[in-house]
Design a protein around this ligand. Structure first.
Ligand SMILES: [Mg+2]
Length: 331
């Protein structure tokens, strides 16, 4: 249903300027800074909504990427709608806003789309009246509180003794739990997996995952991401989660309903092709990959030679080494 909706959006909204850009640059990974100033000027007019990933595009940890705040603020000054769209479920929107302010991005709360917010909104839109078991962090908890949905499960839940203590212990599945949300949880444990799978044994229990990012890159170490936890719960529950995060178009549901954005005149900017760029392909957005995060032109060259259709969806329309490079074209 959702895919059909996005397909219609795509077909209805292409004006001649956008069509020209699509024809010339669609999934070509053209280097934007090799185009003429006139071409870049025309491209800037071919979209009026900008969706951008955060980590690796706008900032790395607590440091803004050079020029990124100026580009984002300039987009707003020249009349573009801007939304930050992140798979990070550990923060609530007010917490993201604090970070934006600290790094000089002039944003308001409604312009921040996070998977924690999307998960809470998904339940609210479906008039959910029960309680949620959460494997996740306070970001999910705060967004559920904002929409008045009760929850439990946040924080450490460690195995005391052995498996027998857990299986024959005090836990019984609470019939008031009507949904399980799985996000990033540094306290993920065997008891949490046991409880989530027990709730999900009821086929009426809604199963939501905030995102499926596999891991966080770090030199010499691997930090398992939410996807590792989601796969674990899916395996135990023998069910697939409804995934809120990119590249699933569900994360844009609220954008289309609340802000009437036009898919054909929307640009998606990202550093990770299998989430950000693939979301763009799934929704019919123009796409721009920046080289300050996970993927770069070397990866794109591999996907161009691949026969796997999923790899094709990862090839962006355009490429820039860094978002800050755009500023000189926006005066
Ligand atoms: Mg990123």
């Amino acid at each position: 249903m959702i895919r059909l909706f996005f397909k219609n959006q795509r077909q209805n909204s292409l004006d001649p300027l956008v069509r020209t850009f699509r024809k010339m640059y669609s999934q070509t990974a053209t280097e934007l800074n090799k185009l003429s100033n006139n071409e870049i000027g025309a491209w800037l007019k071919s979209f009026d909504t900008v969706l951008t990933d955060c980590d690796g595009v706008l900032w790395i940890y607590n440091n803004a990427i050079d020029g990124a705040p100026d580009v984002i603020n300039r987009f707003k000054e020249i009349g573009k709608k801007v939304f930050f769209i992140t798979n990070n479920s550990t923060k609530s929107r007010p917490e993201f806003l604090e970070k934006c302010k600290m790094l000089n991005f002039r944003m308001v709360e409604e312009e921040i789309i996070s998977t924690a917010w999307a998960a809470a909104k998904y339940l609210q839109n479906r008039n959910f009246q029960k309680k949620v078991y959460v494997i996740g962090s306070t970001g999910v908890a705060k967004e559920l509180e904002n929409v008045g949905i009760p929850y439990e499960g946040i924080g450490p839940d460690v195995l005391t003794g052995n498996l027998q203590n857990l299986v024959h212990g005090p836990f019984t599945a609470d019939p008031e739990i009507g949904a399980v949300i799985v996000g990033f949880d540094e306290h993920f444990s065997f008891p949490k997996l046991f409880k989530a799978a027990s709730y999900l044994d009821n086929p009426d229990c809604i199963f939501i995952a905030t995102n499926t990012d596999e891991r966080f890159p770090m030199s010499g170490k691997v930090i398992p991401g939410t996807g590792s936890i989601v796969r674990s719960v899916e395996t135990a529950a023998e069910r697939k989660a409804e995934v809120m995060g990119k590249p699933n178009p569900l994360i844009c549901e609220g954008l289309f309903s609340d802000f009437q954005i036009d898919a054909g005149r929307t640009l998606m900017i990202g550093d990770r092709a299998n989430t950000d760029i693939e979301l763009g392909a799934n929704c019919g957005f123009q796409t721009l990959l920046v080289g300050t995060g996970i993927h770069g032109l070397r990866d794109v060259e591999i996907w161009k030679k691949s026969v796997d259709p999923n790899d094709k969806k990862r090839i962006p329309d355009l490429y820039l080494p860094s978002l800050g490079d755009l500023l000189k074209y926006m005066s």
